[in-house]
Design a protein around this ligand. Structure first.
Ligand code: PBG
Length: 327
C-alpha cells in the first residue's frame, strides 16, 4: 500500500518502461490486405479508404518487392460483367486471385500469401453464397462453391486460405476439398468470429461487394453475442481450422481475449476498413495524431491476445517501426 508501494517507480524513465513492457509490436505481426482488379496498369484510389488502392496483377511484382510486412491477404474485385448469381468467376483456376497469387509468389517466394475466400465480391446480388427462390442465402450450396474457390487459390500457391462467408460447415468443406486435391499443406485461417458490423462500410466500396438487398445478419454474428461468438469460433477449430480470427478488432477485444483463453490455435484480429477510416479521417481533420493512434490501436489489439493483425496500416506501421518511430 501507499506510501511503500509506488507504481510510478517503474515508469520514471524510458529504460525502465522498456524493461517492464509486456507487449511488443513488430512488423512480423502484420498482414497487409490487397485488392486486385482485372486489366493492366490499373491503380485506383479508394475514396473511402485514403491511402489504399486497387491494383491490377501486372503491378503486383513491383508492389510486392517494396512490401515490408511478411504477409498479404488478397481480395479479388472482378468487373461487374464477370458477376453472376453463384459467383462462378471465383472458381476459375485462371481467375483474378489465382493470377495474383502467382504474381506475388514469383516476385517474392518468401511472402506469406493468404487469400480471402468468399463469394460476395463475385455475385450480382452481393451475398456471400447463392440465393434461393425464397431469398435465403443457401448455406450448403455455398460451402461447396467455397471449397472449390479455396482449392483454386491453393493450387495457384496460396499458403493460407481464409474463408470469410460465415457459412456453417465451411471450414470442414474446405479442408476436405483441399485434402481431396492433395493440397494437404495449405492452411486455413478461419474468419471464425466475424460480426455483422457497420465497420465494413468502406471495404464494401473498395470491393464492390455490398449486398443489393437485405444485409448479412442471417449469417454473420450478432453484435450483442459473446457466447455465441465463442461457440462459433470453437466449432471452426473442431472443423480443422489452423488459425482463428476475430473481426472487427477494436470493438471486439473482449471476444478476442476470451477466445485467446479458450483456444490453443493462433489468433488473428482484423482491424477493418471502418476502424482504419476512423483514424485516417480524424487525423486528416487534425483531431488525432495518426502515427500515435494507429500504433496504439495495434499494440492494444496484440495485448488483448492477437498473434497477428490484418490492417490497412501494415506497411505504414512497418515503416514507422523501422525508422524508430514506434514509441
Ligand atoms: C467478405 C469480407 C468483408 C470484409 C472482409 N471480407 C466484408 C463483408 O463481410 O461485408 C470486411 C473487411 C473490412 O471491412 O476491412 N465477406
Amino acid at each position: 500500500m501507499f506510501p511503500e508501494t509506488r507504481m510510478r517507480r517503474l515508469r520514471r524513465s524510458e529504460g525502465l518502461r522498456r524493461l517492464a513492457r509486456e507487449t511488443v509490436l513488430t512488423c512480423g505481426d502484420l498482414i497487409q490486405p490487397l485488392f486486385v482488379v482485372p486489366g493492366d496498369a490499373r491503380e485506383e484510389p479508394i475514396a473511402s479508404m485514403p491511402g489504399v488502392t486497387r491494383l491490377s496483377a501486372d503491378l503486383l511484382e513491383a508492389w510486392a518487392r517494396d512490401l515490408k510486412p511478411p504477409a498479404v491477404l488478397v481480395f479479388g474485385v472482378p468487373n461487374e460483367e464477370a458477376k453472376d448469381g453463384t459467383g462462378s468467376a471465383a472458381l476459375r483456376a485462371d481467375g483474378l486471385v489465382p493470377e495474383a497469387v502467382r504474381a506475388l509468389k514469383s516476385a517474392r517466394p518468401d511472402l506469406v500469401v493468404i487469400t480471402d475466400v468468399c463469394l460476395c465480391g463475385y455475385t450480382t446480388h452481393g451475398h456471400c453464397g447463392p440465393v434461393t427462390e425464397s431469398g435465403e442465402v443457401d448455406n450448403d450450396a455455398a460451402i461447396e462453391l467455397l471449397a472449390r474457390m479455396a482449392a483454386a487459390h491453393a493450387a495457384a500457391g496460396a499458403d493460407v486460405v481464409a474463408p470469410s462467408a460465415m457459412m456453417d460447415g465451411q471450414v470442414q468443406a474446405i479442408r476436405e476439398g483441399l485434402d481431396c486435391e492433395g493440397l494437404r499443406n495449405t492452411a486455413i485461417m478461419s474468419y471464425a468470429a466475424k460480426f455483422a458490423s457497420a465497420f465494413y462500410g468502406p471495404f464494401r466500396e473498395a470491393a464492390h461487394s455490398a449486398p443489393s438487398f437485405g444485409d448479412r445478419r442471417s449469417y454473420q454474428l450478432p453484435v450483442a453475442n459473446r457466447r455465441e461468438a465463442l461457440r462459433d469460433a470453437l466449432l471452426d477449430e473442431d472443423e480443422g481450422a489452423d488459425w482463428l480470427m476475430v473481426k472487427p478488432a477494436m470493438p471486439y477485444l473482449d471476444v478476442l481475449a476470451e477466445l485467446r483463453a479458450e483456444s490453443l490455435l493462433p489468433i488473428a484480429a482484423y482491424h477493418v476498413s471502418g476502424e482504419y477510416a476512423m483514424i485516417k479521417y480524424a487525423a486528416a481533420q487534425g483531431v488525432l495524431d495518426e502515427r500515435k493512434a494507429a500504433l496504439e490501436a495495434m499494440l492494444c489489439i496484440k495485448r488483448a491476445g492477437a498473434d497477428a493483425i490484418i490492417t490497412y496500416y501494415a506497411q505504414q506501421v512497418c515503416e514507422w517501426l523501422r525508422n524508430g518511430e514506434g514509441g
